[in-house]
Design a protein around this ligand. Structure first.
Ligand code: ATP
Ligand code: MG
Length: 436
């Protein structure tokens, strides 16, 4: 029989070790968000399509080309969220959260959807974790989110990463800067790609991050030359604070970000371990966004991390050892003793599989081996009569008897010890690596 149903293009099943790794990385990021006093916001997957268009801008790639938009049965035009910021800002306005607190700091995690050309590190459904900080226009807020993003990547083990920052200035500065870029690009228009020609009219800053024309545009005007004194002061304050916290960064004068809503600070974190899609995290300040969504003028900043790319850039890191035992029986008649033991082991937090009592002992051991269990607890008729079980080490083949009473406590201890030894060995190896 052939396979009839297959994954949609750009969609993925995430299973096994990768799924576990994602859960773990997301858990660890949540802890870090909490340490910075952010609280969790669980956003809906769908919103009115107009929200994203209004927030990100009609001309942004995300809205113009990549959005999954459709009519629901009530004839509403809805979209699967391509990003989290618009929904978070909608929540901020709609919930009136500002009334309860001078600043509002939230984080979110979940799938985002973008109809783009699938390739390594680029999917049509992907996972992001991100945050928004509303109500603080100080440079300390910009520095905080950049620091936070870099900590999240560090804790996930992302290697060879570099933080790039730039400033686009307040809306007035941004406008005059966009004009300067427009003039400059127009003077070269004969040589530029079609995408750039379109961008010159609609979204001139985007010309700067064109990969095709980068060399032709090498003499581009820099945003810092177009900034007003306050914007310049804000930007140098951000850099000073990052220096004080000890966050290393590189200035990238081409960095403009794809969405219209950015003002002042923008940043991206890239890893050399990734191929063409090398951005792991991106964000910045967007002081005009809340007002754009008909809320009171409110400064805001935030970022999003792409979880798949974060894992790709941390590959090679050893997984946490989770040990565990397979419980086997020599005959189906004693299944209940095995089930009871397995229940107690699970209650003690030990990863436990079995019994698969309808199989022969031999095929149970084969199953344990295939599933990667290093140890099997065998419940055998004869031994059980004396209150004993057999522990078989699958690696060495060695078997030993243990008393059933008190067994769970001993196995839990043994499991923890094995894990400690594994972690120690791993940290030792890591320390060695870092020395090199
Ligand atoms: P890119 O330049 O790679 O298209 P972007 O500017 O569109 O990125 P953002 O909207 O800033 O990306 O999203 C933040 C992060 O989400 C990116 O840095 C990346 O890690 C991840 N990301 C964005 N689009 C995708 C995708 N289609 N598949 C997987 N991850 C993605
Ligand atoms: Mg993109």
């Amino acid at each position: 029989m052939g396979i009839k149903y297959r994954l949609l293009r750009g969609m993925r099943d995430i299973s096994g070790a990768e799924a576990e790794k994602i859960s773990r990385v997301v858990e660890s990021a949540k802890k870090t968000f909490r340490a910075f006093n952010y609280s969790e916001l669980m956003l809906p997957t769908m919103e009115e399509a107009a929200l994203f268009a209004r927030a990100a801008g009609e001309t942004s790639d995300v809205v113009a080309k990549q959005m999954y938009v459709f009519k629901d049965k009530g004839d509403r035009t809805v979209a699967l969220r391509p990003e989290g910021t618009a929904g978070a800002a909608r929540y901020y306005v709609e919930s009136g959260a500002a009334a309860n607190s001078p600043i509002v700091k939230i984080f979110y995690s979940g799938s985002m959807f973008r109809y783009e050309r699938p390739q390594e590190g680029r999917y049509r459904e992907f996972y992001q974790i991100g945050c928004e900080y509303f109500g603080n226009s100080d440079a300390a807020c910009d520095a905080e989110i950049i620091h936070l993003a870099s900590m999240i990547l560090d804790e996930a083990g992302v290697r060879e990463r570099e933080i790039f920052i730039n400033t686009l200035g307040c809306p007035a500065c941004r406008r005059s800067y966009a004009d300067a870029v427009k003039k400059y690009a127009a003077s070269l228009s004969g040589e530029l790609c079609e995408d750039c020609l379109r961008r010159i009219e609609k979204n001139p800053l985007r010309v700067l991050d064109c990969k095709t024309d980068a060399e032709k545009l090498s003499d581009f005007p820099r945003s810092q030359d177009a900034l007003c004194p306050e914007c310049l002061k804000h930007y140098s304050e951000v850099k000073k604070l990052l220096d004080a916290i000890g966050v290393k960064y590189t200035e990238d004068f081409r960095l403009v970000r794809g969405l219209d809503y950015y003002t002042r600070t923008v940043f991206e974190i890239k890893s050399r371990l990734l191929g063409a899609q090398d951005a792991v995290a991106a964000g910045g300040r967007y002081d005009g966004l809340v007002e754009e969504l008909f809320g009171r003028p409110t400064p805001a900043a935030g970022f999003a991390v792409g979880v798949e790319r974060m894992l790709m850039a941390s590959a090679g890191q050893k997984e946490k050892y989770d040990g565990g035992f397979f419980v086997a029986v020599t005959s189906p008649a004693i299944t209940s003793a095995a089930s009871k033991l397995a229940a107690e082991m699970r209650a003690a937090g030990i990863r436990t599989e079995g019994p698969l009592a309808s199989k022969s002992l031999k095929s149970q051991l084969g199953a344990a081996d295939k599933m990667g269990f290093g140890q099997v607890v065998i419940i055998a008729d004869e031994e059980l009569a004396y209150g004993d079980v057999i522990i078989k080490n699958m690696g060495s083949g060695e078997q030993k008897k243990m008393k059933l009473s008190g067994l769970v406590g001993q196995l839990a201890e043994q499991n923890a010890k094995a894990r400690d030894m594994y972690d120690m060995a791993r940290h030792g190896a890591q320390a060695e690596q870092e020395k090199k």
